[in-house]
Ligand binder design. Structure first.
Ligand SMILES: NC(=O)c1ccc[n+]([C@@H]2O[C@H](COP(=O)([O-])OP(=O)(O)OC[C@H]3O[C@@H](n4cnc5c(N)ncnc54)[C@H](OP(=O)(O)O)[C@@H]3O)[C@@H](O)[C@H]2O)c1
Length: 304
């Protein structure tokens, strides 16, 4: 039997923290609640890595939930449900997790993927811009994890996969606030992994290099312009163009996440793509050499 493209849901509907609207669940064609299947929730699934991950896991039989701040504007994902979520809001996070548990009865995997980038010199980036970025890229992941951990502890099983970045291991110039948020995510996830392993819960980090997504379009820029940085910024932007031309496809990251959630003992750190693998290794084993390569690649003077 072909399930309806849009499914209606009975029972109480929590408010979503986005202006008090009821949580609207938008089911993509082919969605069926399969209680015997594993259940995954991926934040930030309207585009890029999150969308590719939800689509892949749904196609492989998972009960897959993705999220967007505006799911009504998102092209449905075959076999998946889209829920509203703003990871900056406690109410929205609670409503989203409640929505998943009401529909699926449990949650096996959380993928903390929602995020954006803020570019420009750190000196020109305001504190408010930095705080806002952390609210999404770091505290958003913390808020989500805290919302799902009671359920995962109750199940004595669960996985939390955090989409970090090569920039969370090797700091990148001119996206410094983003790098800082990803470094925070790395430390927090490493500590969390220690704390929740007794409960059968695995925590992993995914560290892609450059990936072809909407991230460039949704990037915010530092509020001020400081003329002295212009020459460095011009060389940085030229280098960035070259890096983006060789960027990986989001499907590569989705496959890596699929492998992590299927692995019996997933690794904590999982660089994705040949360059990220090499540079994460280098950053962890020979940090000064890695920093030197970063400076040369992005035309920073003087080189190390
Ligand atoms: N692209 C790269 O080169 C790259 C490299 C390394 C790591 N990453 C990481 O990969 C993750 C996904 O990024 P992407 O490259 O796939 O970018 P993207 O295509 O721009 O997707 C970002 C997603 O985050 C969601 N999002 C943004 N703010 C949110 C908020 N406050 N609450 C809930 N969702 C929010 C967006 O959803 P809505 O706008 O629909 O709400 C969107 O679905 C990010 O964590 C990023 O740091 C990306």
């Amino acid at each position: 039997m072909t399930p309806p493209a849009r499914r209606s849901f009975n029972g109480p509907r929590p408010t979503d923290g986005l202006g008090g609207r009821a949580v609207e669940k938008i089911a993509g064609p082919g969605y069926r609640s399969r209680v015997e299947s594993r259940v995954v929730l991926v934040t930030g699934a309207s585009s890029g890595i999150g969308r590719a991950t939800v689509a892949l896991l749904a196609s492989e039989g998972w009960v897959a939930f993705g999220t967007s701040r505006r799911p009504d504007r998102v092209e449905p994902i075959e076999g998946a449900i889209l829920l509203p979520l703003d990871v900056r809001s406690d109410e929205s996070v609670e409503a989203c997790v409640t929505g998943v548990l009401e529909e699926a009865g449990r949650l096996d995997v959380l993928v903390n993927n929602a995020g954006y980038v803020l570019s420009g010199p750190l000196e020109a980036t305001t504190l408010d811009q930095t705080r806002d970025l952390f609210e999404t890229d770091f505290f958003g992941a913390v808020r989500m994890a805290q919302a799902v951990l009671p359920t995962m502890r109750g199940q004595s099983a669960g996985r939390i996969v955090n989409v970090s970045s090569l920039a969370g291991v090797l700091a990148m110039p001119f996206i410094g606030a983003y790098s800082a948020a990803k470094f925070a995510l790395e430390g927090w996830a490493e500590a969390l992994a220690h704390e929740v392993s007794p409960f059968g819960i695995h925590v992993s980090l995914v560290e892609p290099g450059f990936v072809r997504t909407n991230m460039g379009q949704s990037a915010l820029a530092a509020e001020r312009e400081i003329e002295d940085y212009r020459p460095s910024l011009e060389r940085y932007h030229a280098a960035l163009e070259r890096e983006l031309a060789a960027a990986d496809e989001p499907g590569l990251v989705a496959s890596a996440i699929r492998d992590i959630v299927n692995a019996e003992h997933p690794a904590l750190r999982n660089p994705v793509g040949l360059e990220a693998e090499r540079l994460v290794d280098l950053a962890l084993s020979a940090p000064e050499v890695a920093r030197g390569e970063m400076r040369r690649r992005f035309g920073l003077v003087p080189p190390l």
